[in-house]
Write a protein of this length. Structure first.
Length: 323
């Protein structure tokens, strides 16, 4: 395969439930909790059924940016799974490493969205061990969460692709249940993508000082670590240990945050594979993410190559600073 990036992980069908008027719901701002009475019918303002999944989002995101991408994942064969295949075909994502499993159903997530924030009810599936990745010749392989036997799959991918660089965005289950096993792979990782809470769990330190967190990630062996922190922007440390910070572009309320991290990773990797330095890669990540959170879902706002390059030229004041 002659591709720029292979994404390895899951695809999902995401059901977005928009809670705008909160009719029948109660919101406690102090505890940041929404509740509703059991046994009643609660009216919905809007719902949307959209394609998602970390690896899927990144493969689509980089394809939009003009790169040749492929997805290695397991997909069922029902009508919803066919929607996934059709969407990947429209987005020019290579599907030769997708394994169809007729005995299974697709992954579904329920996304409760309120005032730009969301809670995700995530369905856990037992399958995920059937992803097979031979030598593919990809410039970069993007590893995301797999539901079962992920260590075996990772080991096989590293062994069969010694000439590829690797990016990693681990899932919450990997971090929470297999932290010590996960960090053993860090010396093989070119770029690690996590949010601040995930970074703190990985280093086993809740110190809010971002410089401490990202420095400790670097000490675990990754060449480049990228930490996103919502409205505080993003941080990155390069191979020399230099730490940079970049603020957000759009102040105020996003429409919906799902996919912000995946779109940031897509923009960052696009810049990295295009030969840009880490400061510029952070800009491209932020620009892509900023457009995604202006839409519902993780893929609708993904930018094309022309769009992101034009935005990068316009946003001359958007600059990462060393801290």
């Amino acid at each position: 395969m002659n591709i720029d990036l292979l994404a390895v992980g899951n695809t999902t069908m995401d059901v977005f439930i928009m809670l705008r008027n909160l009719q029948g719901f109660n919101y406690d701002k102090f505890s940041n909790q929404i509740s509703f009475p059991l046994g009643e019918k609660v009216p919905l303002d809007e719902y949307q059924l959209l394609l998602g999944g970390n690896a899927c989002n990144v493969s689509v995101g980089l394809s939009r940016l003009g790169m040749k991408t492929a997805l290695a994942a397991e997909i069922a064969e029902d009508e919803f799974s066919q929607r996934i295949i059709s969407a990947l075909t429209r987005e020019n994502v290579d599907q030769s490493l997708i394994r169809r499993r007729p005995e299974e159903s697709p992954h579904f997530n329920i996304v409760l969205s309120f005032e730009g924030e969301r809670t995700i009810l995530e369905e856990k599936k037992p399958y995920g061990a059937g992803v097979e990745v031979p030598t593919v010749g990809a410039k970069m392989i993007y590893l995301s969460s797999l539901n079962t036997e992920w260590k075996k799959t990772y080991d096989e991918i590293f062994a069969s692709n010694p000439n590829s660089k690797f990016a990693l965005n681990p899932g919450s289950r990997q971090i929470n249940e297999n932290r010590s096993e996960l960090i053993k792979y860090f010396p093989k990782i070119e770029i690690l993508f996590v949010n601040l809470q995930e970074a703190q769990k990985l280093i086993d330190d809740t110190n809010p000082d971002i410089k401490i967190a990202i420095s400790k990630l670097k000490e675990l062996g990754v060449k480049t670590a990228v930490v996103t922190d919502g409205r505080q922007g993003s941080y990155a440390v390069n191979s020399n240990g230099d730490i940079y910070q970049l603020g957000v572009i759009t102040e105020g309320q996003p429409v919906e945050r799902t996919g912000a991290g995946d779109s940031y990773a897509s923009g960052f990797i696009y810049a990295y594979l295009s030969g840009y330095d880490i400061k510029e890669a952070m800009r491209y990540g932020a620009i892509n993410s900023d457009n995604v959170i202006k839409h519902v879902g993780s893929q609708k706002g993904l930018l094309t190559k022309e769009e992101i390059e034009n935005r990068a030229k316009e946003l001359t004041s958007l600059t990462a600073v060393q801290i």
